[in-house]
Design a protein around this ligand. Structure first.
Ligand SMILES: *[C@@H]1O[C@H](CO)[C@@H](O)[C@H](O)[C@H]1NC(C)=O
Ligand SMILES: *[C@@H]1O[C@H](CO)[C@@H](O)[C@H](O)[C@H]1NC(C)=O
Ligand SMILES: *[C@@H]1O[C@H](CO)[C@@H](O)[C@H](O)[C@H]1NC(C)=O
Length: 487
């Protein structure tokens, strides 16, 4: 036993991912038509020493790129997949086999968690996924047992914060119709050593309530602290976290570990979404986590893991919640840091992605020889397909002028069509230029060439030779020890 523990300790120290024990990870969403090759993104994660990543699905290209990276992975079973997996053990077997088994162990991907659904209890879903969650968990768990992975890969259910409510943290309770299912989920998590995963968004509280005290959303102290008996709350994050603890206590699981599945701040698309605010929020959050202060109801205990939302901007996300929805990244779509941020993982600031395969430096703009009025008619059409959210109030391109507006829209469309010359026609109102038309903070993008993105380096990301071997060995030994029930 002691020998095993010593071996484990040595291997952990030698492990490729020095950052594996750090609590801060990121959400890697891929709803973008400008996707950097997965290997470029994995290199970006490694350069920034990010040791944990949460995915929203189980994309094969992404998982292949994560192989031998030493990064711990949460894969996602989407809400759309819940019904079939809930209804059929065979479908669950197929899901686990195709999306988990083939990647772990010999496949070299360190999958630790499967998220069963994503915020399935959002009130806006009107309960449509609720009945699938427990059967889906049961079936997936049985598939994991069959695949000999049950002691290594754990199920979690990322919940939205509107699953519980309370005027003050001590009054926290799950929505009445969720009490039973939350009890079942908490019971599973508790007996399997998995955390309750919750998404907390002080930005949305601020955005949705005009009377929400601005400074309460951040971590610098508040002139409007929330007094709850003997406990005083100076930021929305702590208040929300403790509301969840109260809700869990009421169903008998007040000691359950809690991980933050999503938390972050967008950089544009709303008046309170900007670079300064995003930096202040994220840095304040990380400093708070790293300080191990915990919250009034759990002093000295930081969350199990905290996954920032998100890694990259995703310009194909729905703007139904607001234009900010496409601008949550700590990096732009192409892996360029938007602001200095110390993730607490060893680098004082974020490092940019390298070797991003851009298309040639070419842009599409409004032809100055043609009437601007007519060109404007094409703007809407271009923006129906392309992302023009930055042109609006609260966006980095707001106020650049009418001609520049049209040019921006034309270029967004042209890049989305991968610089197909025909896509810059607009009845003769468009024109290709080789001079970057960007205006100040307003960036006219050049798309990424994703035609070559399937090339997967056999030993990518600087995790090479002996280093990689050790990492894989660690994975195997860890899995062995877990199966023996000693890790
Ligand atoms: C595996 O995951 C992918 C992506 O999430 C999904 O499209 C596919 O249907 C899954 N495989 C199975 C067998 O369900
Ligand atoms: C950025 O957002 C913060 C937080 O809402 C706000 O106080 C500040 O005025 C904004 N800054 C700018 C330059 O808009
Ligand atoms: C540019 O486009 C945005 C979005 O359609 C609009 O709000 C703004 O008024 C436009 N500016 C000019 C000068 O046309």
């Amino acid at each position: 036993m002691a020998a095993r523990a010593a071996l484990l300790a040595i291997l952990l120290t030698l492990s490729c991912a020095a950052a594996a024990e750090a609590a801060v990870g990121v959400n890697w969403g891929t709803l973008s038509s400008h996707r950097a090759p997965p290997q470029v993104v994995v290199d970006l994660l490694r350069e920034n020493r990010i040791g944990k990543v949460k995915l929203f699905d189980a994309d094969a290209g992404v998982l292949r790129a994560l192989a031998r990276s030493g990064i711990q992975v949460m894969v996602g079973l989407t809400n759309g997949e819940l019904a079939s997996v809930a209804g059929s053990p065979a479908a669950a077997d197929a899901w686990v086999s195709q999306n988990v088994s083939q990647y772990v162990g010999r496949g070299g991907v360190d999958i630790r968690y499967i998220a069963v659904g994503n915020e399935p209890f959002l009130t806006s879903y009107q309960g449509q996924f609720q009945s699938y969650i427990i059967p889906a968990m049961t079936n997936i768990q049985q598939s994991l047992v069959k695949a000999n992975l049950a002691s290594y890969v754990k199920l979690v259910v990322p919940c939205n914060a509107d699953a519980y409510e309370g005027s003050v943290p001590s009054q926290g309770a799950f929505r009445t119709e969720l009490t039973q299912i939350m009890t079942q989920i908490a019971s599973y998590l508790s007996s399997n050593g998995a955390p309750f995963v919750v998404n907390i968004y002080p930005f949305l509280s601020l955005y949705q309530n005009s009377d929400f005290p601005q400074d309460y959303a951040f971590f610098e102290g508040s002139t409007h602290p929330l007094v709850d008996g003997a406990n005083v709350y100076y930021n929305a994050f702590d208040g929300n976290f403790d509301t969840l603890i109260s809700a869990l206590s009421k169903i008998g699981y007040g000691q359950l570990a809690i991980a933050i599945g999503e938390v972050g701040w967008p950089t544009q698309g709303a008046p309170s979404a900007n670079l300064t605010a995003a930096r202040a929020f994220n840095q304040g959050l990380i400093n708070r986590i790293m300080s191990n202060k915990g919250t009034p109801l759990r002093p000295g205990v930081p969350p199990a893991d905290v996954y920032l939302f998100g890694l990259l901007d995703e310009e194909e996300k729905s703007v139904l919640p607001g234009n900010f929805e496409r601008h949550w990244g700590i990096f732009s779509f192409d892996g360029q840091a938007k602001y200095p941020l110390n993730l607490g993982l060893g680098n004082p600031v974020l490092k940019n992605a390298k070797e991003v395969p851009y298309l040639p430096s070419r842009w599409c703009v409004a032809n100055p020889a043609r009437s601007l009025e007519e060109a404007s008619n094409h703007l809407k059409l271009a923006c129906d397909t392309a992302d023009c959210t930055t042109l609006y109030y609260g966006g980095s391109c707001y106020g650049i002028g009418q001609k520049e507006n049209v040019s921006f829209a034309f270029n967004s469309y042209y890049q989305r069509q991968k610089q197909d010359p025909k896509s810059c026609d607009f009845d003769g109102h468009g024109m290709i230029t080789y001079l970057d038309p960007s205006v100040g903070e307003c960036r006219f993008l050049v798309a990424i060439d994703d035609s070559k993105s399937s090339a997967v380096a056999s030993c990518g990301g600087g995790c090479c030779g002996v280093f990689c071997g050790v990492s894989i060995l660690t994975l195997w030994v860890l899995m062995y020890l877990r199966m023996m029930g000693s890790a």
